[in-house]
Design a protein around this ligand. Structure first.
Ligand SMILES: NC(=O)c1ccc[n+]([C@@H]2O[C@H](COP(=O)([O-])OP(=O)(O)OC[C@H]3O[C@@H](n4cnc5c(N)ncnc54)[C@H](OP(=O)(O)O)[C@@H]3O)[C@@H](O)[C@H]2O)c1
Length: 244
């Protein structure tokens, strides 16, 4: 399988790449980013790092250029983790946050679909607090949560128009713990209001997303408990990223 990972320099994207490099069913891992993507820390010594290809995309808002499409040709799945997270969004103009979170995702899905193998599986990383119902009034981060909800609606809509050639999975974890990202009590109480599994380990999330790309989408929306169940059933103890 040929897998594309966006947000490839980030917390979740790096873990997807680390696990993909040691997965023998994945023959090619394309890291699509605005800068060179290194082999992640803690990549297993037996992992085939030659499978990693770093491709730089400069303008994410336009249909992808021919030379990028050429390298994405035949892709089977994409794990999309590129976004401005709620915490980081506080320092960025909301119009820019919307462009990055919404427009880049929609454009990415459309561009990749044009050169992908079918079925093409697009695994989108969202969050438990993201709201699809645009009529709702939300007690905190309303603009951001509704905007991310519009992204979920848009990718579902695009997949519907291409069905069954495009499959979508939307992952909605609460907190994600992992190296440099310990659990916090304050956040646990927030995430707990939204679901039964407030925290998912980044390795479980990454493994579950890779599995959806490899074996097919089991359900359109995957919550924290789904991700933990799928991820923990795949990973061995030594596969987890160490909490350094
Ligand atoms: N972290 C959590 O606890 C958590 C919890 C629930 C849901 N999520 C969701 O999971 C997803 C991934 O989160 P994360 O923690 O991995 O985020 P992250 O570490 O901040 O990574 C974000 C990625 O997006 C890329 N990116 C941001 N702006 C860009 C731009 N203008 N052009 C190109 N690339 C850009 C970054 O690339 P550069 O390095 O080039 O900036 C980076 O690779 C997000 O959708 C987030 O909302 C995260």
């Amino acid at each position: 399988m040929k897998l594309v990972v966006t947000g490839a320099t980030g917390f979740v994207g790096q873990e997807v790449i680390r696990l993909a490099l040691q997965n023998k069913s994945i023959t090619s891992v394309v890291a699509l980013a605005r800068k060179e993507v290194p082999v992640p820390n803690h990549t297993a010594s037996e992992a085939d790092t030659s499978k990693l290809k770093s491709i730089i995309l400069e303008d994410w808002g336009q249909p992808y250029p021919e030379q990028v499409l050429e390298q994405l040709k035949g892709v089977n799945a994409c794990v999309w983790t590129l976004a401005v997270t709620p915490t980081k969004s506080k320092d960025v103009d909301f119009e820019e946050v919307t462009k990055i979170c919404h427009d880049y995702t929609v454009n990415g899905l459309q561009s990749m679909t044009s050169v992908a193998e079918k079925p093409f599986r697009f695994i989108y990383t969202s969050g438990v607090t993201v709201e699809r119902d645009q009529t709702k009034t939300l007690p905190f981060l309303q603009d951001y949560r509704l905007m991310r909800g519009r992204v979920e609606n848009a990718v579902i809509d695009i997949a519907g128009k291409h069905a069954p050639a495009v499959e979508i999975a939307i992952t909605k974890p609460g907190g994600i713990e992992g190296p440099g990202h310990p659990k916090s009590e304050a956040l646990t109480s927030i995430w707990a209001q939204f679901g039964s599994t407030p925290w998912v380990h980044v390795s479980e999330l990454a493994a579950a997303m890779i599995e959806q790309g490899l074996s097919g989408v089991s359900q359109e929306t995957l919550w924290g408990n789904d991700l933990q169940k799928i991820g923990s059933s795949i990973l061995k103890a030594e596969d987890y990223a160490p909490m350094d």
